[in-house]
Design a protein around this ligand. Structure first.
Ligand code: ADP
Ligand code: MG
Length: 189
């Protein structure tokens, strides 16, 4: 089923965080929402995920299982990369599957260190691994590749595309090059 955003809008008091926005996303589509900082990208995702109620408009056709990479990593700093991933996913994922995914994202040797000892880009990749390992029909990612160097970014983008094949992927970014590399439809906000 397609996901339909119909005149979705959000205000906080006087602040118009998201001007009315409409979009249709086909099942299995790869879509990049591209827009400058402050245009309402994160707000749109929060509405889509049901974390906030819209001021106007509605969302139709959301699948049951949605996996998200939030703008912040939302990791437990004292736990290792492996624990952060397995803790969130419980029995849905084995330690071996988690380790394989983390390695695919270029995290080899540091899987057992507390994530607070990892660089920002490494922590970002732990958050991405956790999302990719979660079985879902829709993957929503808010600036997922921010803070990654050029080569790592490509590797991680390739992994995201491979691991979400056949699923709907909605990536928010302010980087036109990133949007082009991902190769799906680009919608400007
Ligand atoms: P983006 O993700 O595109 O950078 P956001 O969706 O975070 O943009 O924010 C869009 C606008 O809404 C910004 O001007 C921001 O300051 C404002 N905004 C976002 N969340 C809130 C909030 N909880 N209260 C007030 N203003 C907000
Ligand atoms: Mg944002």
């Amino acid at each position: 089923m397609a996901i339909i955003l119909e005149n979705l809008t959000k205000s906080y008091g006087e602040t118009l965080a998201l001007p009315p926005f409409s979009l249709r996303v086909e099942e299995g589509e790869k879509l990049c929402l591209l827009g400058p900082s402050g245009c309402g990208k994160t707000t749109l995702l929060r509405l889509l995920l049901g974390l906030e109620a819209p001021t106007g408009g509605r969302v139709l056709g959301l699948p049951d299982r949605i996996s998200a990479v939030f703008q912040e990593d939302r990791l437990c700093p004292a736990f290792s990369a492996l624990t952060n991933v397995t803790l969130a996913l419980g029995r849905q994922v084995t330690k071996e599957q988690a380790a394989r995914m983390l390695r695919e994202l270029g995290l080899g040797e540091d899987l057992n260190k507390p994530v607070r000892e990892l660089s920002g880009g490494m922590q970002r990749r732990v958050a991405i691994a956790r999302s990719l390992l979660c079985p879902a029909e829709l993957y929503v990612m808010d600036e997922p590749f921010k803070g990654l160097d050029e080569d790592t970014r490509r590797q991680v983008m390739d992994a995201v595309l491979a691991r979400t094949e056949g699923k709907t992927l909605l990536v928010v970014t302010h980087d036109p090059e990133e949007a082009a590399y991902l190769g799906g439809r680009i919608v400007r906000m």
